[in-house]
Design a protein around this ligand. Structure first.
Ligand code: FES
Length: 126
């Protein structure tokens, strides 16, 4: 049985859906199970996360970590978000995660950080 905070986020996801006219839209999946997360992000001044939403399907850990992540990154500078680590996510989840579930736990963070990377490459080229 998972901790209450995980079931709470899984059953009532925060920031679920899609942001209108997003600056970042990125989707990733867990190749082991096919579960996926899509994040849409609206930036303020191209630098700060003004709004973020996610949609996806998957296990309670992947979906709860996405919900928790959207809560903590709101109003953060993308430079700070790029520095978030696996440990930050594990702290949020607050249960021991074995190697098999690690990809589930990190799916949302990988999606967001890779989405930011793609956004930066794209805007640099312009
Ligand atoms: Fe698919 Fe966790 S089992 S993301």
């Amino acid at each position: 049985m998972y901790a209450e905070n995980i079931m709470d986020h899984f059953n009532s996801p925060r920031n679920s859906g899609e942001v209108k006219d997003p600056d970042i839209k990125h989707k990733e999946f867990n190749p082991f199970c096919g579960d996926q997360i899509e994040l849409t992000v609206k930036l303020r001044n191209g630098k700060e996360i003004q709004e973020i939403k996610f949609q996806g399907k998957g296990c309670s850990i992947s979906q709860a970590s996405a919900s928790m992540l959207t809560e903590i990154v709101k109003n953060k500078n993308i430079e700070e978000v790029k520095k978030l680590t696996k440990e930050d996510i594990l702290d949020l989840l607050n249960i021991p995660i074995g190697p098999v579930r690690m990809k589930c736990a990190l799916l949302a963070l990988d999606t967001l950080q890779n989405g930011i990377k793609i956004y930066e490459q794209y805007t640099k080229k312009k």
